[in-house]
Design a protein around this ligand. Structure first.
Ligand code: 1GP
Length: 249
């Protein structure tokens, strides 16, 4: 459990982490090399790899290219049960606990369980919470679930607590890729104050200031995809902001 242990160790020290999300559908081999060079220079902590669709069939190659060009751990963030690659370091085994779609709570897990087990990947049980991002996002459409309203901090908290008590190891709060409105700090703070599991926050984060404020509010790992695709110089800016939070003494 190397990666999960790194989450726990970093959280205990108050160290915040920055993850760059790569969508396999949106990158080329040269694009990957450019991106991983920037991630290495910026000291990015993790690379998350996945997308809601994954139209192309080159997940294995994509992971291998990332691994060949940097030492940053790659964690699969699958949008569907087919997105498993043994070349990655770990896999978020996501249960969409914000929704009431049984397929995404347990159905697809049953379908993919044998393949996941045989892959030998480190499996990180993840309570995945979709939060309303101001307009329907791909994740709310594809998952066929209602997101948690962004002003219902207590619903988010109780959902995260339930996930943690069911044994989920991390809580992933996501406004959805390209969300108009990222998750409010008040909701992150409410969840973080009563949940011990590491908290990943993403969706619609476009600048270093929001990443910093989310960390101050209690997020442990900040994930950014869309904004970085548009402006790769943000990788360094956001990484520096996330890493500027002082460690616990
Ligand atoms: C989506 O949390 C991620 O699942 C990242 O969202 O692409 O909006 O940064 P963005």
């Amino acid at each position: 459990n190397k990666l999960y242990s790194s989450f726990i160790e970093r959280k205990a020290k108050g160290l915040k982490s920055f993850a760059v999300l790569i969508d396999p559908d949106k990158v080329t081999p040269t694009g990957i090399a450019d991106l991983t060079a920037k991630c290495t220079a910026a000291k990015v902590d993790y690379i998350f790899l996945g997308g809601s669709l994954v139209i192309t069939n080159h997940l294995d190659e994509c992971v291998q290219q990332i691994k060949a060009t940097c030492d940053i751990p790659v964690i699969l963030f699958p949008g569907s049960p087919s997105q498993v690659s043994k070349y990655a370091d770990a896999l978020f085994y996501l249960s969409v606990i914000s929704g009431r779609n049984p397929e995404l709570l347990i159905g697809q897990h049953v379908v993919s369980a044998a393949a996941v087990k045989m892959s030998g990947l480190e499996v990180i049980s993840t309570g995945y919470m979709v939060i309303d991002g101001g307009a329907p996002t791909t994740v709310s459409y594809i998952s066929n679930t209602y997101p948690i309203p962004s002003d219902k901090d207590d619903i988010a908290l109780c959902t995260a607590m339930a996930g943690e008590m069911l044994g989920m190891k991390v809580i992933y709060m996501d406004a959805g890729s390209g969300a108009r409105k990222p998750i409010p700090e008040s909701m992150i703070h409410r969840v973080a104050s009563h949940v011990e599991a590491p908290i990943i926050v993403g969706g619609g984060i476009r600048d270093a200031e929001k990443a910093y404020l989310n960390c101050k509010a209690g997020a442990d790992i900040i994930v950014v995809g869309n904004a970085i695709e548009k402006d790769p110089s943000l990788i360094k800016e956001i990484a520096d902001a996330v890493h500027s939070i002082p460690v616990k003494l």
